[in-house]
Design a protein around this ligand. Structure first.
Ligand SMILES: NC(=O)c1ccc[n+]([C@@H]2O[C@H](COP(=O)([O-])OP(=O)(O)OC[C@H]3O[C@@H](n4cnc5c(N)ncnc54)[C@H](O)[C@@H]3O)[C@@H](O)[C@H]2O)c1
Length: 340
């Protein structure tokens, strides 16, 4: 069992779900159902957050230790996997501190960084210590999406040509989930980005406001085109239509999986053992544990999340300059208040 420590006890760590749910959408809910990892310690600078955690999750995790700072947790515990669940602007300082403590793996919430300069520093520091960083584009690990990814990879719809993503909101803090979903089916090899967006609101000193997406075209080096078209699709947000030479699939956490042949006839997916639902966090932690046992790199790890983050910053750059941006971004210093 790999020992896990969670830093930040807010919504995504513990508050989006309760212990009663079968497929909880929060870190500790997924940890609870994994046979490969166990929660041993948590930290939050806010006492009310620690109190709420104890009230809601205390009976599920009676033996864990509580800390008032990440520093106290990291100094007192031998943690294998550290989950960084503070908000975006705090990611850099906390993640760098975690890297210095040298855990076996880090599970970092999205959006990973507020600038590409921060990303470069984190990536170099983690690489120097051989610590994989997995970023929590969490809907990625929805069981039926993973199965569709595998089926598409194995040729269910021929060669993938275009992936259309549906989602709205801030480039890094929110719609990056859909950017990752596009990459999940297109590949993590983006080359150019052209985007339209809208800047709204202010940002604290030292930051620029984070624009919202209106549309984005991503060219991938394998010839696939990714297109963000906002949330005007038939099912709202958080899904993709994947168009191949032999058919199409529709994949998203909140819609049933669907596939169609070239003529538009539905493909019966029941023949492919579509998996039962489970907590996406359980699956993500299990992938990390499997990697530590000698398995493949977890999804959304290292180069994969770097590609998604490069796309997000390129979308912002393109919005602000009205130009197509080649990746990797030349501008590494733009610092965005990505407070998701
Ligand atoms: N994967 C998803 O679907 C999803 C959904 C929501 C939020 N998120 C991401 O999760 C992160 C947290 O968002 P949230 O909505 O849970 O935030 P939140 O504000 O609900 O919780 C953050 C917690 O971190 C604590 N904190 C802040 N700085 C700290 C520090 N230095 N050390 C220890 N604790 C500290 C705060 O006291 C707070 O309790 C963000 O990056 C956000 O984008 C992801």
């Amino acid at each position: 069992m790999y020992q896990v420590g969670v830093i930040g006890l807010g919504h995504i760590a513990a508050q989006y779900s309760t212990p009663e749910e079968e497929a909880p959408y929060c870190h500790v809910g997924g940890l609870r159902y994994s046979n490969n990892v166990e929660l041993v310690a948590v930290a939050d600078i806010a006492e009310p957050a620690r109190d709420e955690f104890r009230t809601v999750w205390g009976k599920v995790f009676p033996d864990i230790r509580y800390y008032g700072t990440s520093t106290a947790l990291l100094e007192s515990e031998q943690i294998d996997i550290v989950a960084v669940c503070v908000r975006g602007p705090a990611h850099f300082a906390v993640t760098m501190e975690v890297i210095q403590a040298h855990p076996k793996a880090i599970f970092l919430e999205k959006p990973p960084t507020c600038s590409l300069e921060e990303m470069d520093i984190i990536v170099a520091a983690a690489k120097a210590k051989n610590i994989p960083i997995t970023v929590s584009y969490s809907r990625h690990w929805c069981p039926h999406i993973l199965q569709l990814q595998e089926l598409v990879h194995n040729g269910l719809i021929g060669e993938v040509k275009t992936v259309v993503g549906y989602g709205s909101g801030a480039f890094l803090s929110f719609v990056s989930h859909v950017t990752d979903l596009i990459c999940q089916f297109a590949g993590y090899c983006p080359e150019t980005v052209f985007a339209r967006g809208r800047v709204k609101g202010d940002a604290p000193q030292g930051y620029e406001p984070e624009p919202n997406i209106e549309g984005m075209i991503i060219e991938f080096s394998n010839g696939v085109t990714g297109i963000h078209i906002g949330n005007e699709g038939e099912h709202g947000s958080f899904y993709v239509d994947v168009f191949g030479t032999e058919g199409r699939v529709q994949a998203g956490m909140y819609i049933p999986p669907a596939a169609y042949d070239k003529e538009g006839h539905p493909i019966d997916l029941s023949q492919y053992n579509m998996p039962a639902n489970a907590s996406v966090f359980q699956i993500a932690y299990d992938q990390i544990a499997d990697y530590l046992d000698g398995g493949p790199l977890p999804h959304c790890t290292n180069d994969a999340w770097v590609a998604v983050n490069e796309i997000g910053f390129a979308g912002i750059e393109s919005t602000l300059t009205n130009r197509m941006i080649e990746l990797p971004n030349a501008n590494r210093t733009r610092k965005v208040f990505a407070n998701g």
